[in-house]
Design a protein. Sequence first.
Lengths: 112, 112
Amino acid sequence: DGGITQSPKYLFRKEGQNVTLSCEQNLNHDAMYWYRQDPGQGLRLIYYSQIVNDFQKGDIAEGYSVSREKKESFPLTVTSAQKNPTAFYLCASSNRLYNEQFFGPGTRLTVL
Amino acid sequence: GQSLEQPSEVTAVEGAIVQINCTYQTSGFYGLSWYQQHDGGAPTFLSYNALDGLEETGRFSSFLSRSDSYGYLLLQELQMKDSASYFCAVRDQSTGDDKIIFGKGTRLHILP
């Protein structure tokens, strides 16, 4: 079955540590996205990538970094520079027309 | 810049009809999408409107008026499982890159 996987589902880290969230898709989609969602809030775009080896900053990229070395993978690193990293992180992918985004199950990150 | 406005909460009765409105402001509008998200879950795609008019998919319909920068999601024969948050999203090309911007979401409460 095609889809998007994110791991882990829950992640706990100490303040000051970098952490990398995994996102893999086998839908053969060119575009991939990372969103952050806080309780009762909408989705805010962190980074997105339209093709391999290329990515663009979204609205809240500060304190985050990404890579797109393979079409299937788009990992997100939450660095110690991110002031308030505790949130629900969602990865998505779409075909080039962007009519529909497919979302992974999300990773809930808690920084202690 | 871009902005989307939708009500934060709407309450309706099981079996009834409810309309969730969305107004947007963007200089590079390309289309309006709707997503559903249950608590703790990932958003799932409901509909996409690129042209004016009504799109119907089962109990759900979506409408777009490009001249009014306005759209709505119409849910008919409401069921308890429709209790969720609903997000409108615009496909935007104002920055030269093709990306999707989400609204803050409308929480739909359904009363028995």
